[in-house]
Design a protein around this ligand. Structure first.
Ligand code: PLP
Length: 385
């Protein structure tokens, strides 16, 4: 049997349209987008058109978009470049369930003495929005993700920005969101969300890996974290990955167009998966937001199966033909408990045992039924898997 792939939050298959655009651009590309000759100008046009395509899909201005090498770089640039643009003494307020691309970027800041406050989340991964807004003083930075990659908790950013405005006394808070898992899964309304900075990654929506995007609202100060030629408005030096950028723009545009269908399809299948598991696997639990929670990603579930250890379980499932994840892909292979599950209040042992399943528009009911079959078999063995 063909392996069942249910790890679409780690990465998802390249869309045929994005692949075609990517390959065609690579074949055609003759110049460097910074060169003034005809070959260079052609490459520049390709980058400009890709930027225009994404700006149209996201409803923002072209010069509000900075191309990067992926979600990680976008997160790093937002956090480090954002903090560098603020007055000395500015604090950073965040949550403990952010992606490592955010949490690890805080380390050098903390070493330099920047105060960082991590607000607690509840057992579903929700943070108290009033508490978050109240924790942000004037001139501070707030970093909170739009949607969590491991458990699927969604933040109501529109409400949060309302709270921030209400609590601010003139000088604004610099508001950043990691929207890597939000794009294509839930509606992304950067203006309504009221964010100043937002990160995206192409490979999460069927674009090529190694291409990301940072939205920076017009007029918001940001310092570069990489220096060289003045690419991307001086904010991200380095010769542009033109084929990747073109492929990414096609994938991101399609992801936005298909978002509603994606959400409806994956929500229905995820509910089917959950109902089947409840019937077939006694003691199965859903970690994080429960199925009826409106603030959850439609395609993501984090499971606690009886008598299982995360990494061992993943390996056994892989041998049986089911590819899923113990948490974020970046942490796989490590025996560390998930920092997200720990933040929900779980013990180290419980936080090692989470199984993340993430679906896509291409996932079928047959695939889900086969996955349930494998999961119930593994749990009915009665021994520690
Ligand atoms: N932020 C979130 C929420 C993610 O899920 C990921 C990838 O797992 C990243 C950032 C990093 O993105 P990339 O793999 O493009 O570096």
């Amino acid at each position: 049997m063909k392996p069942i792939y249910l790890d679409h939050n780690a990465t998802t298959a390249l869309r045929p349209e994005a692949r075609e655009a990517w390959l065609e651009t690579a074949d055609r590309l003759g110049g460097n987008a910074s060169s003034v000759h005809a070959a260079g100008r052609e490459a520049r046009t390709m980058v400009d058109e890709a930027r225009e395509r994404i700006a149209g899909a996201l409803g923002v201005l072209e010069d509000e978009l900075i191309f990067t090498s992926g979600g990680t770089e976008s997160d790093n640039l937002a956090i480090l470049g954002g903090m560098a643009s603020l007055e000395p003494g500015a604090r950073l307020v965040t949550t403990p369930i952010e992606h490592p691309a955010v949490l690890e970027a805080l380390r050098p800041l903390e070493l330099q003495g920047t105060p960082v406050e991590r607000l607690e989340v509840n057992a579903e991964g929700h943070v108290d929005l009033d508490g978050l807004a109240a924790a942000c003083g004037p001139g501070d930075m707030l970093a909170t993700m739009a949607a969590n990659n491991e458990i699927g908790t969604v933040t109501d950013l529109e409400r949060l920005s309302g709270r921030l405005k209400a609590s601010s006394s003139g000088q604004r808070t610099l508001f950043f969101t990691d929207a890597v898992q939000a794009l294509g899964r839930i509606p992304v309304h950067l203006r309504k969300w009221g964010v100043d900075l937002a990160s995206f990654s192409a490979h999460k929506v069927g674009g090529p890996p190694g291409v990301g995007l940072l939205f920076r609202k017009q007029g918001i100060p940001l310092e570069p974290r990489q220096w060289g030629g003045g690419h991307e408005g001086g904010l991200r030096a380095g010769t542009e990955n033109v084929p990747g950028i073109v492929g990414a723009s096609i994938a991101m545009e399609l992801a936005v167009k298909e978002q509603e269908a994606y959400a409806e399809h994956t929500r229905e299948l995820l509910l089917h998966l959950w109902q089947q598991l409840v019937e077939n696997v006694p003691e199965v639990r859903c970690n994080g937001p429960q199925m009826q929670d409106p603030l959850r990603l439609p395609n993501t579930i984090n499971l606690r199966l009886p008598h299982t250890e995360g990494q061992v379980l993943i390996t056994r499932l892989d041998l049986l033909g089911l590819q899923a994840s113990a948490g974020s892909a970046c942490a796989s292979g490590s025996l560390e408990p998930s920092h997200v599950l720990k933040a929900l209040g779980m013990s180290d042992q419980e936080a090692r045992a989470g199984l993340r399943i993430s679906l896509a528009l291409s996932t079928t009911k047959t695939v889900i039924n086969n996955a349930v079959d494998i999961l119930s078999r593994i749990c009915s063995n009665g021994h520690n898997c």
